[in-house]
Write a protein that binds this ligand. Structure first.
Ligand SMILES: Cc1cc2nc3c(=O)[nH]c(=O)nc-3n(C[C@H](O)[C@H](O)[C@H](O)COP(=O)(O)OP(=O)(O)OC[C@H]3O[C@@H](n4cnc5c(N)ncnc54)[C@H](O)[C@@H]3O)c2cc1C
Length: 414
């Protein structure tokens, strides 16, 4: 019996095992997936929790309900991968041999990587919404916050869902307007990037949206520490940004075993070929989802498109044939902008987000780089689609490769 071992039963790991099981003969391949947390979190839902849009229990389901029959789910913490022995050891000493290994252990916020963020001020003047606990606590704080200077900062890129901090400030603007205290709240958006986003057309558009909402943009800010005594963010080049309430997006890092196993870059993201997800050093190790170092957004949509390309490649690979699928870095993200509207961006390794219509050229129903109600409903519908279509491995009628059809080239940046 051959062994396919998958580390991580989050978005990518769950989709991969559920899609692969029907293609692999039960008598030939055993599939095992290991995860340390019995709960699956719908992480895009964290965004809405601080503003009372979702309750915490609306974004959590038991992993045991989400994994197909015929796949063994093991609860345990991965301690190390020994690539030369094709072996994985868990923290409790359990050992697994594998013929093929998929690492899908994601990336996670690490407050401990920045001076002051892991201090006794966490939960008082310093908050986050990249964890369920953080988002839940922030909801309690924002519900009766009297106003002041709310600073949202990204410590370092890459982070998962790079547009989520922007969505957070757009929703904060709408939330405080609704609460009738917007004039008592100063909103500041602090980023290490040179603008509101990475790519020029989207950066211009999203920067204009910050301006329209009177949200100050502090670009090129490399956070060195949060000084808890003075409630001030300090950068490496000694700029200072005071806050009353800091909502931070800490450094995101892959699992520590990736580093221990000699498989990662400096942020513990597994080094793979960006078109096939095959490890650069090992012929029987792949990394899917946020765990890999592919240079596109770390997002559930990317995990979905990537897994679609991966399945056929994997089946070719185990038969000793060349992998013919080439992932293009396709990402698409709804950007909630408040007051019942959202934008959508669609891009890949080579093409930046451009205006237009998606998925049907000229028709939509979604509009690219434009705030519409349809986009907002698309964002809300995504939760249902995630649990009922994506995770079970059902087909969503969207091509894995990005298409230029429906996109307007006229506004491409020089
Ligand atoms: C606030 C927020 C908003 C977001 N919004 C969007 C959005 O609108 N659209 C979008 O497409 N994406 C969004 N995302 C990103 C999306 O949730 C992730 O990109 C996606 O979940 C990545 O899937 P993954 O399988 O790579 O990792 P995950 O889903 O994080 O799964 C990783 C799994 O590995 C397990 N694990 C980790 N380490 C170990 C270990 N040592 N041993 C055992 N198990 C381990 C974890 O328990 C987890 O189950 C958002 C994320 C956040 C935080």
């Amino acid at each position: 019996m051959k062994q396919l071992l998958v580390l991580g039963a989050g978005t990518a790991g769950t989709m991969a095992v559920n899609k692969l099981r029907p293609h692999l003969d039960d008598d030939e391949w055993k599939i095992t997936v290991v995860d340390s947390n019995p709960e699956h979190h719908y992480q895009p839902g964290y965004l809405f929790i601080p503003f009372g849009g979702y309750q915490p229990d609306e974004v959590v389901k038991p992993k045991s309900q989400l994994i197909s029959d015929g796949v063994e789910l093991v609860m345990g913490e991965v301690d190390i991968v020994k690539p030369d022995e094709s072996q994985v050891v868990l923290a409790d000493g359990t050992e697994f041999e594998y013929d093929q290994l998929i690492i899908a252990t994601g990336t996670h916020p690490r407050r401990d990587q920045t001076e002051g963020l892991d201090s006794d001020q966490y939960g008082i003047s310093i908050h986050d919404f990249y964890t369920l606990e953080g988002a839940t606590r922030l909801a309690e704080v924002l519900a009766d916050w009297p106003g002041g200077r709310l600073v949202t900062n990204i410590v370092e890129m890459p982070i998962k869902c790079p547009v989520a901090p922007l969505e957070f400030v757009f929703l904060a603007d709408a939330f405080f307007t609704e609460r009738g205290i917007r004039d008592k709240v100063e909103l500041v958006y602090v980023t290490p990037l040179d603008g509101a986003f990475t790519k020029p057309v989207a950066a211009q558009h999203l920067g204009d949206m910050l301006d329209q909402r009177n949200i100050a943009l502090e670009a090129d800010f490399m956070t060195m520490e949060a000084d808890g005594e003075r409630n001030t963010l300090v950068s490496y080049d000694e700029r200072e940004i005071p806050y009353d309430l800091l909502v931070t997006v800490p450094v995101n890092m892959g699992a520590e075993f990736v580093d221990r196993s000699g498989l990662g870059d400096e942020l513990n993201h597994v080094e793979v070929d960006k078109h096939t997800f095959l490890s650069v050093d090992h012929e029987n190790i792949f990394a899917l989802g946020d765990a890999s170092n592919i240079p596109t957004s770390k997002a559930g949509s990317v995990a979905h498109f990537a897994v679609d390309v991966f399945i056929d490649n994997f089946l070719q690979h185990i038969e000793g044939r060349p992998m013919t699928g080439q992932f293009d870095g396709h990402a698409n993200c709804f950007i909630e902008s408040g007051k019942g509207k959202a934008l959508l961006i669609d891009f890949n390794y080579d093409v930046e987000p451009l205006p237009g219509k998606y998925p049907l050229p000229g028709i939509g129903p979604f509009s690219l780089l434009k705030e519409t109600e349809a986009n907002h409903w698309g964002k809300l519908m995504f939760k249902w689609t995630y649990w009922n279509v994506l995770l079970p491995g059902r087909e969503l009628p969207l091509p894995a490769q990005m298409s230029m059809a429906g996109k307007t080239l006229a506004r491409t940046a020089p």
